[in-house]
Design a protein around this ligand. Structure first.
Ligand code: R5P
Length: 302
């Protein structure tokens, strides 16, 4: 079965890197705006009878990138593609995977429905916020992880008395995925979210005193979670220089000021979303392309 990989407008550099890793050409797909702001998509790559892969990170502006992805998928379906796979290195709305108060929408489920409306047959995702998100999709979800690659990046130069710390209860399993291969103990912070941009911490389970802390999370958005976590471990007597590592580095809102004010040894993320404006502190971005290419190669043979 022939395969075609095209890119939406959100992260063309990653699409190019994945195409390069696969040795596939990147198919032509033009995305423009009509004067009234509507999205105009033209899929120029011939896709009849082919397995079409569309790479689009659902980073900001999330809604526009989501609709664009659904439109490209629909164009592919109508042009006769045998299947349409959405390759989504970062899935926006994944944090809306449950209703805390019973008054909110199930955002992740709505996103899944919108992609179904675009005739997406299958998803390829990296490190979803939770496994529960997969259940929002009727389509099969190939859920793969950047953690093994990030573990090797973090391992370089890590002091032997380090401890892996989860900034909240939800990230405990991910912290274990780092601690085990690094041969380190782990700890967890009790976090309480006050609003979309504000969190409080209420104590740490585990020993961080005198240790170098490696804070791990699925994503850094406004940096509120990590800033609160860094303050908590410093108050608990951790060494005054902290490594932070997350799969998705969004760095939006107050992230630049918050993280810039912290004593950070290293900030390590993947390139699942495009880098924004300069942050004023060094950020190490680990390539997702080899991991995504491995999945796409396997799917193209199945
Ligand atoms: C929360 O459950 C997530 O795992 C992240 O900790 C959170 O979304 C990060 O957002 P922020 O950087 O805005 O605190």
């Amino acid at each position: 079965m022939p395969t075609v990989l095209v890119s939406g407008s959100s992260h063309p550099a990653l699409a190019q890197d994945v195409a390069h890793a696969l040795g596939w050409p990147l198919g032509a797909c033009a995305v423009e705006r009509f004067p009234d702001g509507e999205c105009s998509v033209r899929l120029d790559a011939p896709v009849r009878g082919a397995d079409l892969f569309v790479l689009q990170a659902l980073s900001a502006p999330v809604g526009e990138h989501l609709l664009e992805l659904a439109l490209i998928a629909d164009a592919g379906h109508r042009a006769g593609a045998a299947s349409v796979t959405a390759v989504v290195p970062y899935l926006g709305y994944a944090r809306q995977d449950r209703r805390e108060l019973g008054k909110e929408p199930l955002g992740a489920r709505v996103v899944a429905e919108l992609l179904s409306a675009g005739r997406v047959n299958r998803m390829v995702c990296l490190d979803l916020h939770s496994r529960a998100v997969e259940g929002c999709f009727l389509q099969p979800v190939e859920h793969t992880s950047m953690v093994p690659v990030l573990v090797e990046a973090v391992r370089q130069g890590l002091p032997p008395n380090s401890v892996v710390v989860s900034p909240d209860l939800g990230a405990v399993k991910r912290a274990e995925m780092f601690a085990r291969p690094l041969g380190l103990p782990s700890a967890v912070i009790h976090k309480q979210r006050i609003g979309s941009d504000e969190v409080h911490t209420q104590g740490i389970i585990g020993d961080v005193k005198g240790r170098h802390v490696v804070l791990v999370d699925d994503m850094i958005s406004t940096g509120g979670t990590l800033a609160a976590a860094v303050h908590a471990v410093l108050e608990a007597g951790a060494q005054p220089s902290v490594t932070v590592c997350a799969v998705h580095g969004l760095f939006v809102g107050a992230a630049k000021e918050r993280l810039g004010a912290l004593p950070l040894a290293r900030v390590v993320v993947s390139d699942s979303v495009p880098p924004g404006p300069p942050l004023g502190f060094p950020v190490e971005r680990v390539r997702c392309a080899p991991t995504l290419a491995t999945v796409l190669r396997r799917l193209s043979f199945s």
